[in-house]
Design a protein around this ligand. Structure first.
Ligand code: ADP
Length: 445
């Protein structure tokens, strides 16, 4: 592999450039006109425009992206996360054009990318899933199933993602309308109306397992706790979790087994919910690198993006499971250009003053620079601040210190840093009493 085309933007495009450069691989950033002056475009060896700002015409435009790879002589494409990262057709087309797709195989994506299918595959592999149905064929079927598993239930779009397309239903009276609405929403948002139903688990922890596979063998890199969420979207992640050792091992091993069952290639994440009794249930797999991957890198010392490159070049897994040891504790906060005082509404602008934290155990992944105008067309993530320390308590204090140093200012620009500071001060959070309803219940929002 000599040259990689990065079909993404923002901090993850920069993260991929950094990984490639250290491996001696040249980089081309494919960008929309809105990102012409972005940091990844400025730092890559080459850049090529693939269309106007709307992502449908640029970052999701398969013909333009493949042409860009061919024109620039790139022999590989890294899709990052979001956009085309989990699109099996795109991975297949890369293969047809002799371009290495840095990620799982199209077959892996088909087996695990769609949530309803992934549930079936998990059951085949002996991994517990949340009690629920396959894709619903009628409202009657939904009623029967909900009766059996008991309310509340949650309706989910098979093709859903990013915390969208989910709906909690408390009574049978609400169910019919909810199913029809959920199908309609799924059709509009994902082009696929299929929905299924699951038991709604009360106050679970969201625990996910990082895996790396080479098609034959899979290792896990332990877990991340991503329970701090707002509207099913993650805001703060940490590793390791505070679950008992035997639960951690059992979940990690289940994830490893499931990935191995499908011959998984590259980096991926299995997501689980863990209830108060310590029962765990597989909910879905993300067949890509994730936003929160740095916390795992910090506690294991393994560079996940470089691992993706090496696996894509055909290298067999060089890691033995016993060698993957967890050291210390890491926390990541997602700094979004949103105003937490005003319902997290997007609050973008031009960055006039910028100061990122430093010092021991602090890492910042961000594409911001002084003078950068944040474009309004894409997601609001502007920086990830990650800390490492020997213990959770020290990591919390280190993150508080890091956030107190951070300055991201400009006219109209607001960030979620004040929100994160409140989480870090929260007594329940400090005790580790975190679950997915934490923000709604403990943050008075
Ligand atoms: P997405 O792919 O959109 O991120 P997920 O299936 O990963 O959706 O679920 C996202 C979040 O939604 C979970 O972390 C959890 O907070 C909540 N959730 C999902 N399924 C359930 C469930 N069965 N019971 C309770 N909460 C759930």
């Amino acid at each position: 592999m000599k040259k990689v085309l990065i079909a993404n933007r923002g901090e993850i495009a920069l993260r991929i450039i950094r990984a490639a450069r250290e491996l001696g691989i040249k980089t081309v950033v494919a960008h929309s006109t809105a990102d012409e002056k972005s940091l990844p475009v400025l730092l890559a060896d080459e850049a090529i425009c693939i269309g106007p700002p709307p992502s449908g015409q640029s970052y999701l435009n398969i013909p333009n992206i493949l042409s860009a790879a061919i024109v620039t002589g790139a022999d590989a494409i890294h899709p990052g996360y979001g956009f085309l990262a989990e699109n099996a057709t795109f991975a297949e087309m890369c293969r047809e054009h002799g371009i290495t797709f840095i990620g799982p195989t199209p077959e892996n994506m088909k087996a695990l990318g769609d949530k309803a299918t992934a549930r079936k595959v998990a059951r085949e592999a002996g991994v517990p899933t949340v009690p629920g149905t396959d894709e619903l064929s009628s409202v009657e079927e939904a009623k029967r199933a909900a009766q059996e598993i008991g309310y509340p239930v949650i309706l989910k779009a098979s093709a859903g993602g990013g915390g969208r397309g989910m709906r909690v239903v408390h009574t049978e009276e609400e169910l019919e309308r909810a199913v029809l609405q959920a199908q309609e929403e799924a059709r509009a948002a994902f082009g696929n109306p299929a929905v299924y139903l699951e038991k709604y688990i009360e106050e679970p922890k969201h625990i996910e397992i990082q895996v790396l596979g080479d098609g034959e063998r899979v290792v896990h890199l332990w877990e991340r706790d991503c329970s701090i969420q707002r509207r099913h979207q993650k805001l703060l992640e940490e590793a390791p979790s505070l679950l008992p050792e035997e639960t951690r091992r059992a979940i990690a091993e289940a994830a490893r087994r499931l990935a191995e069952h499908v011959g998984y290639v590259s980096a991926g994440t299995m997501e689980f919910l863990v209830d108060k009794e310590g029962n765990f249930y597989f909910i879905e797999m993300n067949t890509r690198i994730q936003v929160e991957h740095p916390v795992t890198e910090m506690i294991t010392g393994i560079d996940l993006v470089q691992a993706q490159f090496r696996i894509a070049q055909g290298e067999k897994l060089w890691l033995k499971q016993e060698e993957i040891q967890v050291r210390g504790h890491a926390i990541e906060v997602r700094v979004n250009a949103e105003d937490p005082e005003k319902g997290f509404r997007p609050s973008i602008g031009k960055v006039e003053t910028l100061l990122f934290p430093g010092g021991p155990g602090v890492r910042v992944d961000s594409h911001l620079y002084t003078g950068y105008q944040i474009p309004p067309h894409y997601d609001s993530l502007i920086a990830k601040i990650i800390v490492w320390a020997p213990t959770r308590e020290e990591a919390i204090r280190r993150m508080e210190r890091a956030l107190s140093e951070t300055v991201i200012e400009g006219p109209g620009l607001k960030t979620t840093i004040p929100f994160h500071q409140k989480v870090l001060q929260n007594a329940f959070f400090r005790r580790g009493a975190v679950y997915t309803n934490f923000v709604a219940r403990r943050m008075e929002m």
